[in-house]
Ligand binder design. Sequence first.
Ligand code: 5AD
Length: 353
Amino acid sequence: MRFEEVPCESTMLCADKIEMKALINFYLNEASKEDKDKLYSAARHIRDVNDGPRVFLRGLIEFSSFCRNDCFYCGLCSTNRNAVRYRMSAQEILETIEEGYKLGFRSFVLQSGEDPYYFSGRLTEIVSESKRQFPNIAVTLSVGVLDPVLYLELFRAGADRFLLRHETADENHFAKLHDASQHFSLRKESLESMKQIGYQIGAGFMVGSPFQNVDTLTEDFLFLRSLAPHMVGMGPFRPHQDTIFSRFPQGSAEDTLVLTALCRLMLPKVMLPVTTALASCDIKYRTDAFRAGANVMMPCLTPQKYRDSYAIYDGKLSSLSEAAENVVQIKAQILTEGLRAEMSRGDHFDFRD
Ligand code: 5AD
């Protein structure tokens, strides 16, 4: 099927499963360069009219590389004996937030493997202390699936947002990527309950993960449409040498751009980050992602000594233009794209006063 017109918001909102699949298939497998350019241009127009031509910066702190799960794609999976494991103390995390604060960041993402060490009070304490010391920051957690009572406890402690990529909305595909203890339904329920609690929530998936196809991507889009998260993280799959997926090919950066643009058209006000995985393929894709409707970047604030150990895939970029200490250059580069770099809390449109 050819699409003469770039799909508008209502096309994306009304498309049934067959139409959604045809759209995704067309833009991934049949569209010309010109078709794709039109799609990107429509997506950045939608971003600009809905939330302004700007990019929200968030400081990323990867505070623990321990993980209890065995996600077959991830270098931090529990079965990887070669992974270097570290944990940052509460004090180290707070000092890192302070460093970011001095650089101008007011939005922080605390990310880790699924590490129970923090679950019996430590993480709650870290969140409440960070909000006590820096009341005007936003705190986003990206720490995996938790006991449901913890979502409420952390929210009450001051956590504003929670990122939990659903990874794939197709149950069978999910089972091929994860150990048997994990289920898509659990991620879905977690995301729904966090939204109910009042978090700004983020879902997402890897592009080109093993066994992904147009059908599973269609499920992803239908799932995202009904969930309506405040943020969607999409980055290409990148193999890690110590995982069972080490020989699977890297996901396509161009497909990532296409899906970013389609997501922007479907959810006009959503926060769409340029992921480190995409920038790690080639730094030029960062500019391309901004041109395809992305509006968030998360420079790395993780202390230097830990950066190489947070190795979820091979060749992860954590220096130069991905490093928070280079925020001046990062802002300058954003400006050359005709966009403004925002270092405020950067709430989703629906959460602003
Ligand atoms: N390639 C790309 N992204 C990955 N992630 C984990 N492993 C990889 C990989 N090999 C992504 C997952 C996870 C997020 C923190 O990083 O989608 O949710």
